[in-house]
Design a protein around this ligand. Structure first.
Ligand SMILES: [Zn+2]
Ligand SMILES: [Zn+2]
Length: 161
């Protein structure tokens, strides 16, 4: 039972990660600490490639190998989770962030978050039917975002003229 509340998600994620590593006889390196702080300083979906570009742009000197290793450990520690959107794998915060689902635009790659309590109800209903104890679910709506759908409609109109 946790009683202490830390209002800074970056520092509590860092603490959790340090605990996770300590249980495995490892220590949080300076590069890893810097990376974890950066990842948890804002909430967004990101790919490993985008993260590497971003930290390079910020002048942080962290090797690709460290980035990939740290991401894998953060997922294992339950601090990050991965989503597969068609051909790209995106990471996002698992720790301290409410459960939600996603819409994914197949044209521009835009990811939109939404919450629908009906999905949790459906999950419980299906799980009960199969005598299953549900812990989580993944639900992704793929298609076209509004601007991509408009663009496509306009292109079609031009084709008809
Ligand atoms: Zn789009
Ligand atoms: Zn999300």
């Amino acid at each position: 039972m946790e009683t202490r509340r830390d209002h800074d998600p970056a520092s509590s994620a860092e603490e959790k990660f340090a605990e996770y590593l300590a249980l495995r006889g490892k220590r949080l390196s300076r590069a890893q600490r810097e990376l974890v702080r950066y990842i948890f300083s804002y909430h967004d979906h990101f790919t490993a490639t985008k993260l590497i570009d971003d930290i390079r742009a910020k002048g942080m000197k962290i090797s690709r190998a460290t980035v990939y290793r740290t991401l894998a450990r953060l997922v294992d520690a339950g601090l990050l989770r991965t989503h597969r959107f068609e051909d790209q794998v995106a990471y996002e915060h698992q720790y301290g962030y409410p459960e939600h689902d996603h819409l994914y635009c197949r044209n521009c790659g835009k990811i939109v978050e939404f919450t629908a309590p009906q999905l949790a109800e459906l999950r419980e209903h299906v799980a009960r039917e199969h005598r299953f104890r549900a812990q989580s679910h993944r639900f992704i709506i793929t298609g076209l975002c509004e601007s991509c759908a408009l663009q496509q409609a306009r292109r079609r109109k031009v084709d008809f003229i």
